[in-house]
Design a protein around this ligand. Sequence first.
Ligand SMILES: Cc1cc2nc3c(=O)[nH]c(=O)nc-3n(C[C@H](O)[C@H](O)[C@H](O)COP(=O)(O)OP(=O)(O)OC[C@H]3O[C@@H](n4cnc5c(N)ncnc54)[C@H](O)[C@@H]3O)c2cc1C
Length: 467
Amino acid sequence: MSDNNLHIAVIGSGGAAMAAALKAAERGARITLIEKGTIGGTCVNIGCVPSKILIRAAHIAHLRSESPFDDGLSAKSPEVNRPALLAQQQNLVDELRDAKYEGILRDHPAITVLQGEARFIDAHSLSVKLNDGGEQAVHFDRALIGTGARPALPPVSGLVDTPYLTSTSALVLDEVPRRMIVIGASVVAVELAQAFARLGSKVTMLARSRLLSREDPMVGDAVEAAFRREGIEVFKQTEASRVDYRDNEFVVDTNAGTLRADQLLVATGRAPNTETLNLASIGVESKGGAVLVDEHLQTTVRGIYAAGDCTNQPQFVYVAAAGGSRAAVNMTGGDATLDLSAMPAVIFIDPQVATAGLTEAEAVRQGFNVETRSLDLGNVPRALVNFDSRGFIKMVAERGSGRLLGVQAVAGEAGELIQTAVMALRARMTVQEIGDELFPYLTMVEGLKLCAQTFSKDVKQLSCCAG
Ligand SMILES: Cc1cc2nc3c(=O)[nH]c(=O)nc-3n(C[C@H](O)[C@H](O)[C@H](O)COP(=O)(O)OP(=O)(O)OC[C@H]3O[C@@H](n4cnc5c(N)ncnc54)[C@H](O)[C@@H]3O)c2cc1C
């Protein structure tokens, strides 16, 4: 625990910064938190929360217009009132921002909030350009950089002169475009592409290689098949070379021909917000803009820590928050590290993509002798009764010991089953042990047990609940 005089500067107010500020305050420090924009940062304002509301609404729209039960339950495409959906979305965003960020900061005796843009002067002081005018110096004992990231822009000729969308502006569109082109094929791109398609847009995706190219190839193939079935056009190995906006229309030149749309969404990754922090001059090293941190979340300068999307760590809010709170422990005399070896990741499309641990390729790269199985969802009773067997569950295990190394799943609600895989990875369980566990019949998570059993049995020969 620190003494009461320890003063910590926290830059940002998103998941990383808030977790750091609250943990450091709990451990006795005095905090100055500096935020140049909206309190709460990306997740609550322009990221996780609004996108998941949009995606949920689009999911309901899709189920109303078609489901596997249409023969017995009449289906009818709903009329989409986008302004009403947007108001509902914004209300919850405002409510959660107040409950989880503004309200907590407002009443916290140990945290002072400064609204302005911070930059380092040296390893113990910052200059803050206040939003209300003027500059203020902040001297600190330790600092946490939690400045997040923003949409990156690919170097496509003409693009910057057009009114293209990023995830931020797409989430607050007050009408659903008739035709939308999406440049990009990773998490944000696929999530928003499917949501807009389900709300009525004709969506075309441009993937430089393939969909979700960082995942096991089976994942991208399954998602592509699901997208094509819904009428989303996917151009693989396709790059835009020029973008123009003429007569209210985007004209996009690509190596697959010229494409046209009413809106163009650029979702090609996120760039760390670090350029204006003056990091290099105080010795904080970064790579491609991302602050380099060690396992204690410390930068290359003693006493200066970083967490979240501005670092070289995976861009998820729970990673940001876990990093922020561990950095705070370390800044206040403790010793905490962040272990991402069993980190879960969920992509909120339908069917969902959920992963934990190593892919087959990663395990091989790390020198493991691996054995893998993939179970078609047609073997999972929950998928059968849902009349929706799109997807699979793949397990990567160490050959010989059978120790589970990783899981990749594409399935309805896969996000709900992945934490079980995380626990199994943490407990260093073998596929034999997972196959012997009790799993409730007619749940999707039962697919983990069934997949584990395929390492030693033909799953088609098992009795109904695979005892
Ligand atoms: C569309 C979308 C959907 C997403 N969905 C999910 C999801 O479902 N699940 C999930 O886990 N993650 C999701 N993410 C990722 C998640 O939002 C981020 O990983 C997380 O919010 C990062 O938190 P952070 O604290 O690192 O940064 P941020 O939340 O970005 O906070 C950084 C803050 O620092 C401020 N700042 C920057 N520079 C300065 C400066 N010099 N001085 C003062 N203030 C400064 C910024 O204004 C900002 O408020 C999504 C992201 C997007 C864009």
